[in-house]
Design a protein around this ligand. Structure first.
Ligand code: ATP
Ligand code: MG
Length: 327
């Protein structure tokens, strides 16, 4: 087929994502880590999958999340934000024992960042295939997977089961590899990742993740390999240089970046992905979806907090009208 939609329409059922829900607490000064008392700002709702789905819902896509929070204010903060932005949280479990996951982050002068995480031993990693999860997955239209979630065995098991059900009912799959250089996945995670790449309809890599997903060196060879595997659309994210969409047999479509002052880079890729998936599923063409996605990423980096810049369609329209775009 030519020009056929790569993703199942919004009407088939919500876009569902699976993974960590966290609060983020941000150091307001630049320096090295957390070994002395210092001013902190937060908590902010966070977690890459949560940021993705929040932007997806906020722009008007039907959206739902699978994950877990603790029975505490950090959990309530996240649930309230997701619900406010239109995300169905019926499959987010409230763990009676463990606290909500958290991440403390401080930037260094050279732009790198130090983190203190509480994820693996928090509610964020307490997954299971519950009745609400089953009910949601069996009416889902699209599944979005963050590579980071695959390193949590409990989340990986839910994802693998959900892929079969969603694809089996005509739904589609997107994958943001989101592999940090520092993370060296074990062979089992690597194998899960490869299986997901082979089932994905849309890939949203950044930087060297493209070649890593393909297992082949060179941008062109990597694309060719991924298209041969059945991927129908690849959107390569390039930070402040924007993004480009590649499809087999079609000319690439450029998404020039908007010119903003980067205040907090966290969440750009997640907001970009949430907006892109929602817009494509709502029937927009690649160019329009890229415009909203680039706007969502740029707007989010211009505000402090990982998902504070996620925009409604009206907010993004206003941002687009008011913001210069690179040539
Ligand atoms: P993350 O660091 O959140 O994982 P990512 O590496 O997946 O992000 P990026 O390429 O950093 O993704 O950002 C996604 C999109 O957001 C970019 O393609 C661009 O459109 C927009 N964006 C990100 N940073 C900036 C910036 N400084 N100025 C303008 N737009 C930006
Ligand atoms: Mg980035």
């Amino acid at each position: 087929m030519t020009g056929g939609a790569a993703l199942a329409p919004d009407a088939l059922g919500p876009t569902v994502t699976v993974g960590e829900i966290l609060v983020e607490i941000v150091a307001t000064t630049i320096g090295e880590g957390f070994r002395e008392p210092q001013p902190l700002f937060g908590p902010y709702p966070s977690g890459a999958p949560a940021i993705f789905i929040d932007q997806c819902g906020r722009i008007g896509g039907s959206a739902a999340m699978i994950g877990a929070v603790g029975a505490d204010d950090f959990g309530r903060l996240n649930l309230d934000r997701l619900a406010r932005d239109g995300v169905d949280v019926s499959a987010v479990a409230i763990d009676p024992d463990l606290p909500t996951g958290s991440a403390f982050v401080r930037s260094r002068a050279d732009g790198t960042r130090d983190f203190v995480y509480n994820i693996a031993a928090s509610a964020a990693a307490r997954f299971g295939w519950t009745a609400p999860v089953e009910a949601l997955v069996t009416r889902a239209g699209h599944l979005h997977v963050m590579g980071t979630a695959l390193s949590m065995p409990s989340a990986a098991a839910v994802i693998e089961r959900a892929v079969g059900i969603v694809k089996g009912r005509g739904g589609t799959l997107s994958l943001d590899p989101n592999l940090r250089k520092e993370l060296r996945p074990d062979p089992a995670t690597e194998a899960r990742f490869a299986r997901l790449v082979a089932s994905a309809d849309l890939l949203l890599p950044s930087g060297e993740e493209l070649e890593r997903a393909a297992g082949v060196a060179g941008e062109a060879a990597a694309m060719e390999r991924l298209f041969a595997l059945g991927v129908r659309e690849i959107v390569l994210k390039r930070g402040a240089a924007g993004a480009t969409c590649f499809r087999p047999g079609a000319a690439p479509v450029e998404g020039p970046a908007f010119v903003v002052e980067e205040v907090d880079p966290t969440g750009a890729g997640d907001c970009f992905g949430g907006a892109y998936v929602a817009c494509r599923r709502l029937g927009m063409g690649v160019e329009q979806a890229l415009t909203y996605a680039c706007a969502a990423g740029a707007r989010n980096v211009s505000l402090r907090g990982p998902m504070e810049g996620a925009g409604t369609r009206a907010e993004l329209d206003a941002f687009i009208a008011a913001t210069e775009r690179r040539g």
